[in-house]
Design a protein around this ligand. Structure first.
Ligand code: ATP
Length: 271
């Protein structure tokens, strides 16, 4: 007697309220989700023009692309699997396609479902037209993605979200209307940085008043959400360990931002 193998599709644990800032991104996603909801009332032609069958969240690393994908799945009451693009493409020719077919089949069994392809560019970059093995494999993957893309329809509620730092190399065939809708998720601006700091101040239970949040937002210019999170994580860790200089306060948070910035500069210099 064999126990059923557990699915790689999970119930998403991120909500839109866990994400700080990015009102424009939320607006774009909500609008597309509302169109998805109306898709079946539309004539085929209009549906093709208006309703995306997936999203490409693109922008620099650590800006919450995966977070937005999980919150989107949550809003759809869907299960989710995050698949690493390079892991799929690093397989032998033929095997990659089989893997993708399997992922879609499993998504249908777990529907409503969202499949997230991290580093989507690795599986969906532009057809080069060259006749070497690599580009042929790439073409086959894009072609297969197009066949599998049914959209989030009542019969087949499977949505695909690709995340990438390189929208410029994504195959144009995937970017036509009614295929993937690109959504730009850039580095956070001042108000987004403040909102992100607020989220993580709550999450790590590191109290930060209005004035402190303002200062953190100013001090973290150029940083991504992941880096802002690490300021609060380190503050909390320091508190747990009783590290000097004692309880978390504005000064300590400021020092942590400074240390993070210094570490970033050191990295840049060594590159
Ligand atoms: P990559 O391109 O490197 O895969 P990504 O854009 O997908 O990165 P995420 O993995 O979604 O980034 O974000 C990493 C972490 O950074 C999140 O788990 C979260 O803790 C924090 N983070 C990033 N952006 C935000 C945000 N807007 N609000 C709250 N937390 C954020």
């Amino acid at each position: 007697f064999k126990a059923a193998t557990s699915s790689a599709f999970e119930v998403p644990n991120v909500e839109f309220t866990d994400i700080g800032g990015y009102d424009d991104v939320r607006h774009q996603i909500f609008r597309a989700l509302r169109l998805l909801g109306k898709a079946d009332d539309l004539p085929q032609k209009l549906r093709n023009e208006l309703v995306p069958r997936g999203f490409i969240f693109h922008g620099p690393p650590g800006t919450g692309k995966t977070l937005f994908a999980k919150a989107t799945a949550n809003a759809l009451n869907a299960t989710i699997q995050v698949v690493s693009g390079p892991e799929v493409t690093d397989m032998y020719v033929g095997e990659s396609e089989r893997k993708v077919r399997e992922i879609f089949a499993e998504a249908r069994r777990n529907a409503p479902a969202v499949i997230v392809f991290d580093e989507f560019d690795s599986i969906a970059s532009r057809r080069s037209g060259r006749e070497d093995g690599g580009s042929r494999a790439g073409n086959a993957m894009v072609a297969q993605l197009l066949t599998e893309l049914d959209g989030f329809r009542p019969e087949v509620p499977v949505l695909v979200i690709g995340t990438t730092n390189r929208l410029d190399i994504i195959d144009d065939a995937l970017l036509r209307p009614s295929r993937f809708q690109p959504v730009h998720i850039d580095l956070p601006d001042l108000s987004a940085r403040r909102a992100i700091a607020e989220v993580h101040s709550r999450h790590f239970e590191v109290p930060a008043g209005e004035a402190v949040l303002d200062r953190i937002a100013l001090a973290t210019a150029g940083m991504n959400g992941d880096e802002i999170r690490s300021v609060f994580r380190d503050a909390r860790a320091g508190e747990v360990l009783g590290d000097p200089p004692g309880p978390v306060d504005a000064r300590r948070l400021g020092e942590l931002v400074g240390a993070l910035r210094q570490a970033g500069q050191d990295r840049d210099v060594s590159r």
